[in-house]
Design a protein around this ligand. Sequence first.
Ligand code: WTA
Length: 646
Amino acid sequence: MAELYPVSPEWEKRAFVDAADYEKTYERSIKDPDGFWGEIGKRLDWIRPFTKVKNTSFAPGKVSIKWYEDGTLNVSANCVDRHLIKRSNQIAIIFEPDDPKARARKITYRELHEEVGRFANVLKAQGVKKGDRVTIYMPMVPEAAYAMLACTRIGAVHSVVFGGFSPDSIAGRIEDCKSEFVITADEGVRGGRKIPLKANIDAALEKCAGVKSVIVVRHVGADVPMKSGRDHWYDEASKGVPTECKPEEMSAEDPLFILYTSGSTGKPKGVLHTTGGYLVYASYTHQLAFDYHDGDIYWCTADVGWVTGHSYVLYGPLANGATTLMFEGVPNYPTTSRFWEVVDKHQVNIFYTAPTAIRALMGAGDEPVKQTSRASLKLLATVGEPINPEAWEWYWRVVGDSRCPVIDTWWQTETGGHMIMPLPGAIPQKPGSATKPFFGVKPELVDAEGKTIEGAGAGNLVITDSWPGQMRTVYGDHARFMETYFSTYPNKYFTGDGCRRDEDGYYWITGRVDDVLNVSGHRLGTAEVESALVSHPKVSEAAVVGYPHNIKGQGIYAYVTLMAGETGDDALRKELVQWVRKEIGPIASPDMIQFAPGLPKTRSGKIMRRILRKIAEDDFSNLGDTSTLADPTVVTDLVDNRQNRQ
Ligand code: WTA
């Protein structure tokens, strides 16, 4: 029996939602989604109020998702302008730089309004129009937020690419959404190390055509080459530019942003989110999951290059008039006390990070935490991967001094916002469980045949009805959207995750059941890493699987077959790791490479990943039936080589 961490009386009192409210509201949200989401939709400022709420279908071949479809609004007006009456002098963004000795910046809502308006006018002057796609490749600095909000102000669709992705990955994303505009910075700094952002953009643009304009924010003052006619320094382009820019009236279903994410096959997909439903959902979940009250200082450590950075660094908090902290650095620089020093420095009340960071810091012991006060903390939260109970317990006891609820939030790029999590005033926590569905979310477990599993049990996690934050399509490929998410189990959204439900109705996510890896909370497709490996001239074939890794959650294990005549040694291993870093980015670096003369395949040529996973996990006893393999001796070789750690 998992230990239960009850809701304290103080939390029951303080929270927006207590246990009785949760039951009542959940039931209502499921019985009457139109009535429920119609009321919740009013939390935004609409230019033309919606009269329709939900218009969605998961029907095979006809998947269509629309929320608030006849309403119009502007996201930047909701995140900035509407707060000016009450909060113009309140801090909207606290910026904590990588170097603790550098000056932190505090941007009020009034300043944010000016910065966003100015940035929007610069974009307009570059020719950016409503509906245009703008690629953003930025460090974690306030200018990234200005750039994103400026896009929403004029109705441009941003596609933020994480600063750790390589030129090849950037080029692929620019091409896929036919983006003609790029916003970047000279360089980034993380953990004292420079990231050559502009140089990466230059290299990407060698590989793809069509980009007309690159706006470069001067961040570290690096001397970077500028291509005349194409590249523009933001500080020069914005000189004397007015700060007033009228927000574009957008329809609720107009595209808001594209965010590329990995699936089990092919290239990363452009997940498309739209304007109204996304913002309703991001702001509502932000308020309730973190029990955000006016005046709270809120810090989510995610990078804006990931969905968590979109929904819970920027859009959710700002729509709620919150103070949100943007951190440029990493948890262990200059020391492993950094997170907690930042908490003390800015008196952070709500802290949201990934299990991988918690595990890494736990490895450094209690002392770096205990040196700090953390008295300001009220609530701790996690996202990105299953949190192991030991890490949960450490987070609760050491970081939170056994007084802050730990909110484990399960969700995905595709879901736009939290789907399963313990509302802090309502749901007792169990370490390792994301607990209960949020309002309006209908999770179900199904077996391999699609049969619904009732009560306690385990299966694949599906969601049987739409919620406002749901992605609307794969950009430019609705057929792929339907195929990826709605074809496995007709009329249901398939999450790709396995899950267990216990006797109390608590959900325990067990990890991906498809060929998606989760490395330090970052999603990667095995197919992407394989295709990077086989593009190396010495590699003939590659198969990639995940294996349990103490800090990263999952590590990347690559089986590589070389071209005839090549020999695998440590030098080649290093070369291949470098190759993958260059092709995709450092997050995709294989942790282990095993050279394999052959891979286990069925007679029809399909690689048996199940076997490869077992070998990577050192679980040789349980390889299952290998008799259907084209050449069963391959497996013996793989096991021998693995045991000799070749
Ligand atoms: C995993 C990140 C367990 C899951 C917001 C999901 C989690 C994938 C949790 C989405 C959690 C995310 N517990 N697993 N609390 N949160 N995941 O799109 O496998 O980067 O499908 O979105 O991360 O990753 P993505």
